[in-house]
Design a protein around this ligand. Structure first.
Ligand SMILES: [Fe+2]
Ligand SMILES: [Fe+2]
Length: 297
């Protein structure tokens, strides 16, 4: 074959953000308390899963508002990769949430409360909504990094249930700087970022905490001291899953912050191979692998 190449339009896949169509078999046999056999910790992850679809749709909308301001082809392709990945995350988490709802978990509350919380951002300018998105994407990327790095996490989670979380985490790292780079185009005001970070924390954290407690109460497990204490330790103890993220949150407040400065490329490489390599854990669920590869040539 000759070396002549026709210049193709850049796609999400060609800039490292491939929208993978992953079709999960939804771990129907997983234990009711799929995280550490503990209701408190399991309900935390169920609450997160419930908040992802409305949250991710908000992120997509806030980036879409400024899509026509992007001139750079590389960033345009990154944005389409980001949109594709987040849309599929929403779709697959909707499926997972339906399974959890069938088990009797109150998944509607987290969906409703997040939608309600995000409505408050509708009162703010579109640029502040995008700033809030960059803050929440920072949080999501830290959560993703922790999830992939923390062997304790993998050890406690049901091996089938964990796969959707690992796939989602990998893609969150792949696209972690996209919203931020779009925000940079429209000016990147540090003050606005700080305000948006504060507003997100003040509005969403208590709502999320409240929903978690509510879901546990409906499960009849709020006040089950042993379960509650064990679960809280898993998440917020000395070596807890969430505890390890907290010291990295303020990175966002630095005036020179950029998501890529906190380098996770090595971790992404390892997990791309583990999940989607030749013998990867999700190789057979990855439906558009050939099409994405084709788009690179
Ligand atoms: Fe996502
Ligand atoms: Fe994301």
């Amino acid at each position: 074959m000759g070396s002549m190449s026709i210049k193709r339009k850049l796609t999400g896949a060609s800039v490292g953000i491939p929208p993978r169509h992953v079709d999960f078999s939804m771990a129907e046999d997983s234990p009711r308390y799929f995280y550490g056999n503990n209701a408190t910790a399991t309900m935390f992850f169920a609450m997160l899963s419930g908040s992802f679809p409305p949250g991710e749709r908000f992120f997509m909308e806030s980036v879409r508002s400024f899509r026509d301001r992007i001139e750079d082809d590389h960033l345009k392709a990154q944005v389409s990769g980001f949109m594709g990945q987040e849309a599929i995350h929403g779709r697959e988490h909707d499926r997972l949430n339906a399974l959890l709802a069938e088990r009797g978990f109150d998944m509607e509350s987290s969906d409703r409360i997040v939608k309600f919380g995000l409505k408050i951002f509708d009162l703010m300018p579109a640029s502040t909504r995008l700033a809030a998105t960059t803050f929440m994407e920072h949080f999501t990327a830290l959560l993703a990094e922790q999830l992939l790095n923390d062997e304790g996490f993998a050890g406690r989670a049901d091996p089938e249930m964990i796969k959707i979380w690992q796939w989602h985490a990998l893609e969150e790292l792949e696209h972690k700087s996209v919203a931020y780079d779009v925000y940079s185009i429209i000016g990147n005001s540090r003050l606005e970022r700080v305000v948006a970070a504060l507003a997100s924390s003040v509005v969403l954290l208590p709502m999320i905490g409240g929903t978690w407690a509510w879901m546990l109460a409906k499960e009849g497990k709020l006040g089950s001291a042993k379960d509650n204490i064990t679960g809280l330790k898993m998440l917020f103890g000395m070596n807890g899953f969430v505890t390890k993220i907290i010291p990295k949150m303020p990175l966002y407040l630095k005036s020179s912050f950029h998501p890529k400065d906190h380098d996770t490329t090595e971790l992404e490489c390892v997990w791309r191979e583990k999940l989607f390599g030749e013998n990867g854990a999700l190789a057979s669920e990855f439906k558009n692998k050939a099409a994405l590869q084709e788009s690179l040539h």
